[in-house]
Write a protein that binds this ligand. Structure first.
Ligand code: FE
Length: 255
């Protein structure tokens, strides 16, 4: 399978620190059945700036190294862009680039606690430019957990989303796990990816997540996610179902 979100490039963000870390991550990825991985280092998240010219040479470096080591893992270039006002200007300058370069998809990360007021407008403008914004890990955003209707609106208006495998299997706690399931059930998410940072506490969990999806939703849902990842890297139009509103359950008997 293809993992479209990872921090496997060495020494440029809070993921792999050294090439050996990248090799360790690659071996773990392969053991979970991943044959292609997109390297999506952080960009403009307050700590790291990684523009296209920083990313491409490291992708080449890893591909050569994995080949040398006999590791069957292909690395594709990507970028995890924190939302900021000048994304489109930077896209036109070539600092921000579409996933795998050839696609029309671009990762957009919100701050973990909130959704900026200008997000709706910016996601619209991104689409006017011919790009499709992929909101990464909406299940870990505090505002979206409280206000899932906001995510519904963004998806209804054309954004797509990527759920993190470890969220779905409970690594980030029960609330985030529950919300992850609700996102799948309401057709509010289109991709599952690892967002792996290392082989210790932020690992892949892709195999476990897919097993979980197969048991809970059936094999067709596994195909939906795996095929969408393939179509994304090929720059094709992905499968979507009509999104639904998640109704927040009221605590009965509280009043
Ligand atoms: Fe990430």
């Amino acid at each position: 399978m293809i993992d479209i979100h990872s921090h496997i490039l060495p020494g440029i963000d809070d993921g792999a620190k050294t090439i050996q870390d990248s090799v360790d991550m690659a071996n773990q990825a392969v053991s979970e059945g991943i044959h292609t991985i997109m390297a999506t280092p952080h960009h403009m998240n307050g700590s790291y700036q990684n523009q296209k010219s920083d990313i491409l040479p490291l992708v080449d470096l890893l591909n050569e190294r994995f080949k040398f080591e006999g590791i069957n893992l292909k690395v594709l270039p990507g970028q995890e862009c924190r939302i900021y006002g000048e994304i489109l200007e930077d896209y036109k300058k070539g600092f921000v680039f579409p996933l795998n370069q050839v696609s029309q998809y671009i990762f957009i990360e919100f701050p973990s606690g909130s959704v900026p007021r200008y997000a709706e407008r910016l996601l619209y403008d991104i689409q006017v430019e011919g790009l499709t914004p992929v909101i990464v890990h909406p299940e870990r955003n505090a505002e979206l957990i409280e206000r899932p209707d906001k995510l519904y609106k963004l998806v209804k208006n054309g954004a797509v989303t990527q759920l993190t495998a470890s969220s779905l299997v409970g690594y980030f706690g029960k609330n985030i796990q529950k919300f992850s399931q609700q996102l799948i059930e309401a057709n509010l998410t289109h991709f599952i990816a690892s967002d792996a940072h290392n082989i210790h506490n932020r690992t892949f969990k892709m195999e476990e997540a897919m097993d979980n999806i197969k048991k809970k939703y059936g094999i067709d849902m596994v195909y939906y996610f795996t095929e969408n990842a393939e179509m994304l890297v090929d720059g094709k139009t992905i499968y979507k179902e009509i999104p639904e509103l998640i109704k927040k359950k009221k605590f009965l008997g509280l009043f």
